[in-house]
Design a protein around this ligand. Structure first.
Ligand SMILES: [Fe+2]
Ligand SMILES: [Fe+2]
Length: 274
């Protein structure tokens, strides 16, 4: 895709704004900001371990996400530098979940070695082929991930789990910021080519799946049984619709690009909420 200099400038500005907020307000530190001394074995449970392990597995495909993202964005400074910063931020998510599972004693080092082997045996592939489609996908996927982690933060507060509360506070805030950046990118694409971007957005919405789908063994069952998933309704109301609103578009406009009925979208989505 050949980008105009106006589009490149907008992407640069969007990245600069993202990075400034990240550096000034959002940075957190695994070693100092998580109250590890508050780990309480009485709060351990196999369901909780499965929940965190499922998120951990999804975050563990980072090398594949990074490889795919950089490959699509390397010709545009703002987009490529975002990928680099995004990778650093995401790397902390898999790491903090891993540390939580092992420091709490819910998983041993040898269990983790097996887990790593199982995860890395499959490879995530880009679900869409252009940077514009991946911006649409990123806006939705990061928003869905934010919703899942925010629900886990609320749950940790209810259960009095101070460590998980801190972890999900930081990771959910990162995911919200990622969703915001991808929305900004999709908006820039819309300004450059409204018809083409709406068609891409409709295409992506109709095929949306979380990255763990088809990769993590028993993904849907794990989400359902452990309470790690979010409902399709939650996704539509709190990720899809706000994204459309922020992009300045509507379901009606997406239908002009042959968006399938919403039921088709929600059926292929996420596990019901627990
Ligand atoms: Fe993440
Ligand atoms: Fe993210």
């Amino acid at each position: 895709m050949d980008e105009s200099s106006a589009t490149r400038d907008k992407m640069y500005q969007a990245y600069l704004e993202f990075f400034e907020v990240a550096e000034r307000k959002r940075r957190w530190n695994i070693f100092d900001d998580i109250p590890w001394n508050k780990l309480d074995p009485a709060l351990n449970s196999e369901l909780k371990a499965t929940r965190i392990e499922t998120y951990c597995a999804e975050e563990f495909y980072l090398p594949d996400y990074t490889g795919g993202g950089v490959q699509l964005s390397r010709q545009i400074f703002g987009a490529a530098w975002f990928q680099a910063c995004w990778s650093y931020e995401e790397s902390k998510h898999g790491l903090v979940f891993r540390e939580y599972l092992t420091r709490s004693g819910m998983r041993s080092a040898s269990q983790f070695a097996q887990f790593e082997d199982a995860v890395f045996a499959s490879k995530w592939k880009l679900p869409f082929t252009t940077r514009r489609q991946m911006a649409c996908y990123g806006a939705l996927q990061e928003a869905a991930t934010f919703l899942a982690y925010k629900a886990q933060k609320d749950r940790a507060i209810r259960e009095g789990d101070k460590v998980l509360e801190a972890i999900f506070t930081f990771v959910s805030r990162d995911e919200a910021a990622h969703a915001g950046f991808y929305r900004a990118m999709a908006r820039i694409e819309l300004e450059a080519d409204r018809v083409g971007t709406i068609a891409d957005l409709a295409f992506v919405v109709a095929r949306f799946q979380m990255p763990g789908e088809g990769l993590i063994p028993r993904y849907q069952e794990r989400l359902r049984e452990s309470g790690a998933g979010i409902s399709a309704r939650n996704f539509v109301e709190h990720a899809l619709f706000p994204t459309l609103k922020m992009l300045g578009t509507t379901r009606a406009e997406l239908k002009t690009a042959s968006l399938p009925p919403l039921q088709t979208i929600t059926e292929s989505l996420l596990a019901p909420e627990k």
